[in-house]
Design a protein. Structure first.
Length: 362
């Protein structure tokens, strides 16, 4: 392990992480201080004194030293690119070069907050189904390993023809009892292998492509990426960045590799003199006809930034609606699946009991 890596690990252990909120408040507070006329260095020094995060305080100390040595704010932050990211740094760089640092910091803080809220909405929809599935798996394990073995022993002792559901249940219980540990380790090993494979870029690309085609989930992921793409590109263009550079930075902010690849291709087409809409029209499964046509109108009218920001808000609303619909559809589906499992077990247990009691009666 290199000294640099070791130092970074020690910083994380002793100083903690730089949170999303730290970065948002830095941009917002810095914009406010510049607006009221405070010099840049004094503004950063004031924020450093107020922050409670030891890691962020140390970073701002490094930034102040670099500014004292004649470096720009963007170049100073670039030395901590893993913390701030290319989007954050380039927005500030564009603001410094164009003399609109205050406005760019406001856009930056607003953009970060909106993207954070968008990600929060997507994560929230997975909480309820995850809780239900974990509970169902836990209860199923208790029933399979502790309850059913005792019941199936009783059924095997009676000389009667057992129903199909009961025979299936007994077979499943025997497999779980005899090979349960092997199955458990096999599942864990498979999950670990899948996790490691998913880190390979080519495999990850295939996974991302499949996710976009899954009903209910696919449209949410699509709208989420369209919202990030539109708002990020719009903010970067409004900040004064060249369109090719803006595309390259936007590409880095998107997590879905399918969209990353398409943005890379779009940037290459723009270098050849083609418009954004010309390429996006060929990929309307990813970018939708509405997006490509509105971007085309924005390019023709010279209002591309405004069009992109409008699309960003529009697709954010679509994500919100999709997540609500997802929850509405998923809840009854989960209840139905759990209900079917309960009915199956009930039939498998009650039916032979009925046959046994009927035989005793006669």
């Amino acid at each position: 392990m290199s000294r640099k890596k070791y130092k970074i690990d020690l910083d994380i252990i002793f100083l903690g992480w730089v949170s999303f909120l730290d970065k948002v408040l830095f941009a917002r507070h810095l914009a406010l201080m510049i607006k009221v006329g405070l010099p840049l260095r004094e503004s950063i020094a004031t924020i450093q004194e107020q922050t409670q995060n030891k890691k962020f305080k140390k970073i701002l100390g490094d930034v102040l030293k670099n500014i004292d040595n004649g470096k720009s704010l963007a170049d100073s932050l670039a030395q901590h690119s893993k913390i701030f990211g290319s989007f954050y740094i380039n927005i500030i760089r564009a603001g410094e070069e164009s003399g609109t640092l205050e406005e760019n910091l406001k856009y930056l803080a607003s953009h970060l907050e909106k993207n954070h809220e968008l990600k929060r909405k997507v994560r929230t929809i997975m909480i309820y189904p995850s809780i239900v599935l974990i509970t169902a798996i836990f209860l199923s394990a208790v029933i399979i390993f502790f309850v059913l073995p005792k019941i199936t022993v009783i059924f095997k002792s009676f000389q009667i023809q057992l129903p199909l559901t009961t025979r299936i249940l007994i077979g499943f219980t025997d497999i779980a009892k005899n090979y349960g540990v092997l199955i458990l380790f096999g599942v864990i090993a498979m999950l670990i292998i899948l996790f490691l494979l998913a880190r390979i870029r080519s495999v990850k690309f295939i996974i991302h492509k499949i996710i976009l085609k899954i009903p209910l989930i696919g449209p949410i992921v699509k709208n989420f990426n369209l919202s990030l793409f539109s708002r990020t590109l719009g903010i970067l263009l409004r900040s004064g960045l060249p369109i090719v550079s803006a595309f390259e930075i936007t590409q880095e902010t998107l997590k879905n590799l399918v969209y990353q690849k398409e943005l890379e291709k779009t940037a290459n087409e723009i270098k050849k003199g083609k418009t954004i809409s010309d390429y996006l029209k060929k990929k309307e499964r990813l970018f939708t006809p509405m997006a490509s046509r509105m971007i085309g109108v924005g390019e023709k009218t010279g209002k591309l930034e405004e069009t992109l920001l409008y699309l960003g808000n529009f697709y954010e609303t679509e994500v919100d609606n999709s997540t609500k619909n997802f929850s509405v559809i998923l809840e009854p589906l989960l209840i139905l699946l759990i209900g079917l499992a309960v009915v199956f077990i009930a039939l498998a247990v009650i039916t032979p009991m009925y046959e046994i009691t009927k035989g005793l009666h006669f």
